[in-house]
Design a protein around this ligand. Sequence first.
Ligand code: ADP
Length: 501
Amino acid sequence: MDVLKDILDNLNDSVITLDSRGQILMFNNEALRIQKSISEKPIRIGDYFTEIVSEARKPVVADILKTLKRQRKPVKNFAECSTPFGSSVYLEVNFIPVYGPKKELKYVNVISQDITSRKVFEKKLRASSEHFSNLLDNAHAFIFSVDSRGYVVDWNNHCAELTGYSKKEILSCRVSEFLIKQEHLRVFTELMERLLQNESVGNCELPVQTRNGAEIIVMTSATPRTNANGQVVGATLVGHDVTELTNYRRSLERQVENQTAELAQVLKKEKEAVELKSRFVSIASHEFRSPLSSIDFAASFIKQNAATIGKKKLNEKVEVIEKHVNHMSHLLEDVLNYSRNESAKIKIIPAKIDLDGFVRDTVEEVMCLCKHSHHICVSTNKLGSLLTDEKLLRNVLINLLSNAVKFSPGREEVLLNVLDEGQFVTVEVSDEGIGISRNELEVIFQPFIRGKSADEFPGTGLGLSIVKKAVELLQGSIRVKSRPGRGSVFKVIIPRLRLVA
Ligand code: ADP
């Protein structure tokens, strides 16, 4: 017996054995210790167990003891006992019944364990978890958690404030359905994919849609959430609303883009101006040098032979001078026309013209200019009158016809087809001359650009750029079809509606 008592006294559990009426038959040292710590009442053999428990526990214990008589299985019960010093002792109490041969209750072993330290730990844990959840709930940051399928499982107050969705509304809803617009789904899907592969993601700009349809940009950092086995079961996303900053950054980016484009435009214009200048210098030096030297030569001849020169010879030389002066004044006229156009000084002066008469006069003028080297074959339908800028239109026609004549040496005819189409008038000038190569077709309307095969013909490369400008001013369009050696067709369309009174 002493051995048994020794064993019981060295147990960490408190053991009290009661008879079937609840009187104490035996107890061990731990029972004594616990009783001393929670009550001034001593524990004594022969006392009823209900007498040594607190007033509050009395009915509970009495009830358990009664139950044990009917129900043949142990009962577990937790007790919070106040000590005389105001603290609490927590006990896990097991009432283990022992029955006799006739299944009558013989004893009850009351085995208690002091679980105060466990309870205190649990309480601290709960308090700290509440503290953290409170902290997260009220943090001035966008914090929410999702499960592995992207359903919201946690949602703090700041999220509710920013999005307009309360926690109650959004819990168990899919982020992709409520918070992310279709066009941004890829950002969220890629983010989730990385998280589910147990990767943390920092500084991701997540566009979030609010309840009222607005969009906010949340600078998000996200970490995977794992279960006790280390498996990823979802993710927690923490972020800040950076909408204003992002918009500001985007507007700055746009400004920089615009300014870069403007700068590129200015640089392009500047480059074009430099090119134009150098083209002009080379054309001018070429086109002015030879007439000037012819004039110089003729003038020197007259000067040197002033006394002896006959009338015939003098006339010849004067004609040479006149011819070259004429040529140069044409060239200058072209340059002036071009620069006038360029500085947009040209104002359209519309006047009603008789189209038929206009075509006839202009053709005659060109025939005179080219000294009837070619015949200009005119075909028209019934031409009405047209409200237009006569000077500009004449410029167009003269330039196209004289080019057709100039660039078809050895040919006799140039065709001019003018059609009054009601809404517009078309002017088509065709020749069977040297034609223009495909790559030159793209550039011949630029000032001072001349075709390679035009080298042997006089010119400044300004005629077509003047034509193009004039056609634009008349709100029309110009097209050219040409093949080297086969001739060219220039077609101009001048709309009537906008010009007719
Ligand atoms: P220019 O006649 O003074 O050379 P233009 O601006 O009128 O200048 O014409 C530019 C270039 O276009 C010409 O140098 C020539 O190469 C080409 N071109 C224009 N018209 C014709 C045409 N009818 N046939 C062949 N080439 C042409």
